[in-house]
Design a protein around this ligand. Structure first.
Ligand code: PEP
Length: 251
């Protein structure tokens, strides 16, 4: 895996009130303080300020779950990069499959959101991954190549150090089904090669690519042993401090 620092990021999705945020982070902070991997929690907007206060001075980084591409304006329900930056958010998930599936996110809007994040020095975690039907039809590589090229359109090489990619096969998210470590590694290699085609081999070797999809304390070691897997985007297992800490410490 070379010099890439693994990053384990929790994706809380639409979970945790402010009270629950306090409980979860208070329990998590001491459990992950000696982590070798980089640790982040991507939390709902309503929890950002609380999370920020609690994790200040710890090794846990703050993330959000989405960002709009416009600077400001008539986009009811959306949040701008400036708003996140003001709250000292560092990472932001872009193009999660739930956004693609339920909120009409496309390769184009994923790209626009990623560009907006980068323009304000937020670090996007760009999600790609195939549906079950696409996998069954042998289209996995084609889909992740298309999504990767789409997400990176117009993004310059200088920005790559601030981008994390998450390979998340949609059929493995929240289902308890994990891609085999071999399959995950193979598809991540395809994504890495796609980055290589766009930006060159050195850039491809440097960019961090996580696996996501029912990653947990039991499978983290096997997944992390693969050369291309640089950490994980963790949904369900990020909602309990003990479970998440085991993934973090296993990375
Ligand atoms: C996710 O939502 O990014 C995810 C990987 O979820 P889970 O770990 O629950 O499959």
């Amino acid at each position: 895996m070379g010099e890439r620092l693994p990053i384990i990021a929790g994706n809380w999705k639409m979970n945790n009130t402010i009270k629950e945020t306090k409980e979860l982070l208070t329990a998590l902070i001491p459990l992950v303080k000696d982590a070798k991997a980089e640790v982040a929690v991507c939390v709902p907007y309503t929890s950002i300020a609380t999370a920020r206060k609690l994790i200040r001075g710890t090794n846990i980084k703050l993330g959000a779950e989405n960002v709009h591409w416009a600077d400001k304006g008539a986009f009811t329900g959306e949040i701008s990069a400036d708003m996140l930056k003001e709250l000292k958010v560092e990472y932001v998930i872009v193009g999660h499959s739930e956004r693609r599936q339920f909120f009409g996110e496309t390769d184009e809007t994923v790209n626009k959101r990623a560009q907006a994040a980068l323009s304000r020095k937020l670090k996007p975690i760009i999600c790609v991954g195939e549906l079950l039907s696409e996998r069954e039809n042998g289209k996995t590589d084609e889909v992740v190549i298309r999504q990767t090229k789409g997400a990176f359109a117009g993004i310059t090489k200088g920005n790559l150090k601030n981008i994390v990619i998450a390979y998340e096969p949609v059929w493995a998210i929240g289902t308890g089904k994990t891609a085999t470590a071999e399959d995950a590694d193979k598809t991540i290699a395809v994504i890495r090669k796609t980055i290589g085609g766009l930006y060159g081999k050195v850039a491809a070797e440097a960019i961090r690519i996580q696996y996501g999809g029912s990653m947990n304390a039991k499978n983290v070691t096997e997944l992390m042993a693969k050369p291309n897997i640089d950490g994980g985007l963790i949904g369900g297992a990020s909602l309990k401090a003990e479970d998440f800490s085991k993934v973090v410490l296993g990375a």
